[in-house]
Design a binder for this molecule. Structure first.
Ligand code: ADP
Length: 266
């Protein structure tokens, strides 16, 4: 309680004021540390493709241009580095917009089964080339209506399916399925390399990559799952993963049911 002694009371007030200020300072320090770390991470990630492209182009200018075959090869490699750079910058913009909470959401009712099959179509060519089967779970209903941001959920599915196809030996299978109760649960299941238990809590952090996939250089940016998590957070939901090394992984998230779904049930 408050002291009757005026000097003690002033002391208490000063003390309280100081501890509020201290908390504010701690918070600012935390944000500053985060900002600095983010900048360091970003610079590091940008360096790799820029230095690579720079190297190829200078080699071309230093004489390799005389040889059409070498030129083609080096230009191809430069283009690939710059493609990766463009993707990275795009992802960084999404992340920074999401982290500043500056994310306009457009909620609507839509059929997520249709969306999932559109996403599969997008990957069809690549899947065929890599001998990966893309399947819709057998027991899934013809239509699965959810109330969500269609474009952003499309991004979630694209990121999850692209990971499922990337972190696997082939032949492989990627399945999308739905579980419907008071909400709609969506899962993307793969038969891939799986994620070691010690990494599983960290894969949603930006730039975090499991050592093995980093070593293999499968061309990721380490931002895909961070974006997935942000998008689902903006929907008021989280994303869960179950995985077994050598067996595969299942990523699962929940969404609000769409109106059409309710009507269908009545
Ligand atoms: P990246 O651009 O590296 O794919 P992500 O944020 O999408 O970045 O994924 C982070 C890391 O999580 C990946 O580098 C990979 O090690 C691991 N990972 C993600 N999805 C899968 C999956 N389906 N199977 C195995 N490992 C995965």
């Amino acid at each position: 309680g408050k002291s009757r002694n005026p000097i003690k009371r002033v002391n208490e007030e000063i003390y309280n004021y100081a501890s509020v200020k201290q908390r504010e300072i701690d918070e600012l320090k935390r944000m500053e540390a985060y900002r600095r770390e983010f900048l360091a991470d970003v610079s590091h990630e940008l360096k790799t493709p820029i230095f690579a492209a720079q190297g190829f182009i200078h080699t071309l200018l230093d004489g390799a241009l005389e040889d059409p075959e070498v030129s083609r090869k080096f230009l191809g490699k430069s283009a690939k580095s710059l493609d990766g750079l463009a993707k990275l910058v795009q992802n960084l913009l999404s992340i920074s917009r999401m982290e500043s909470g500056d994310l306009a959401m457009h909620f609507e009712d839509f059929d997520i089964r249709q969306l999932a099959s559109d996403v599969f179509d997008q990957f069809e060519h690549k899947a065929e080339k890599k001998n990966i089967q893309l399947v819709m779970a057998e027991n899934s209903p013809k239509e699965v209506y959810v109330f969500a941001d269609r474009q952003r959920i499309s991004q979630v599915l694209v990121n999850l399916v692209s990971n499922a196809m990337k972190y696997t030996e082939t032949p492989a299978k990627v399945e999308i399925g739905f579980e419907i109760d008071d909400e709609v649960a969506v899962y993307v299941k793969d038969s891939g390399m799986g994620i070691p238990p010690e990494d599983i809590d960290r894969i949603f952090e930006r730039f975090y990559r499991v050592e093995k996939s980093r070593a293999k250089d499968l061309g990721g940016t380490g931002l895909g799952l961070a974006i997935v998590r942000h998008i689902l957070q903006a929907h008021g939901h989280s994303v869960h993963v179950e995985s077994q090394v050598g067996k595969g992984s299942t990523f699962k998230f929940r969404l609000r049911k769409g109106e059409n779904m309710v009507l269908e049930r009545l």
